[in-house]
Design a binder for this molecule. Structure first.
Ligand SMILES: [Zn+2]
Length: 254
């Protein structure tokens, strides 16, 4: 150790040596944190069902699927698609992290892209921005849980890998403020993930996004702009409370 320090602080190339040592230390720290994250993920019982989903055949997967087309007792939103609720609200597991947790829920489909229907979780006004290939956002003027507040419901990944959409023809790109009732068919689940090469599997990402106070939605990709969908759905879909049971919950929040 002493020899190393002597070498490190010797005048010759001192700056370069210090810089490289600092980089190596940072890399070591980063790798350690990644390894700890991975270890935590692997020990989480919910990751075992995730592994079961990724490796299992259709019959194995079916056991993990939640089918819930009507309202859970006391709930106001319907689950917008059937499937395995594999990534929860506030989920820190990959590709998310403690600092940047999941902003909604991911409902994975036990089917090919374009097969599993996506329904409006509540009454609202649909907008599809002109450049949105796989997404819709729905304005709910009166939040059923916080009357007087406006919230937004965001649905995405409704296109295939190439970006061919599975959104109903009633909602072409550029749609603004089209009213739909709860349960209206919006489209079908897909696996579109922009230009990213990461395979996202066929799923619906659903999130409750806050309003900016001026009638616009806040950035739906920022966790701090979103709300826990659990009390709306009557299901414990918050990572902090979920214990691995799916379906309706008498006490969905924690
Ligand atoms: Zn998601």
């Amino acid at each position: 150790m002493l020899t190393f320090l002597r070498w490190l602080f010797a005048p010759r190339y001192r700056f370069l040596k210090l810089l490289l040592t600092a980089c190596a230390l940072l890399l070591f720290l980063w790798l350690t944190l990644q390894a700890l994250d991975l270890l935590r993920d692997l020990r989480d019982p919910r990751s075992q069902s995730f592994a079961q989903w990724l490796q299992g055949d259709r019959t194995e997967r079916e056991k993990l699927v939640t089918v819930r087309r009507d309202l859970c007792p006391g709930a106001t939103f319907i689950l917008p698609a059937d499937g395995f609720i594999g990534l929860l609200y506030g989920d820190p597991r990959g590709p998310y992290s403690q600092n940047s947790p999941h902003q909604g829920i991911d409902i994975f489909s036990n089917a090919d892209p374009g097969v599993v229907p996506v329904y409006a979780a509540f009454d609202g006004y649909v907008t599809r921005e002109a450049d949105w290939k796989s997404s819709l956002i729905m304005r709910v003027p009166d939040d059923p849980l916080q009357p007087g507040n406006q919230v937004w419901l965001y649905y995405t990944h409704m296109a295939d890998e190439e970006g061919n959409d599975f959104i109903e023809d009633a909602f072409p790109a550029g749609t603004q403020e089209q009213f739909v009732e709860q349960g209206t068919l919006l489209g079908y689940t897909g696996n579109y993930n922009g230009n990213s090469l990461r395979d996202v599997w066929v799923h619906l990402h659903f999130s409750v996004v806050q309003d900016d106070g001026n009638g616009r939605y806040l950035n739906e990709l920022d966790f701090n702009n979103t709300l826990d969908p659990s009390p709306y759905l009557g299901m414990a879909v918050n990572y902090a409370c979920n214990t691995g049971t799916d379906g309706c919950s008498a006490d969905p929040t924690c």
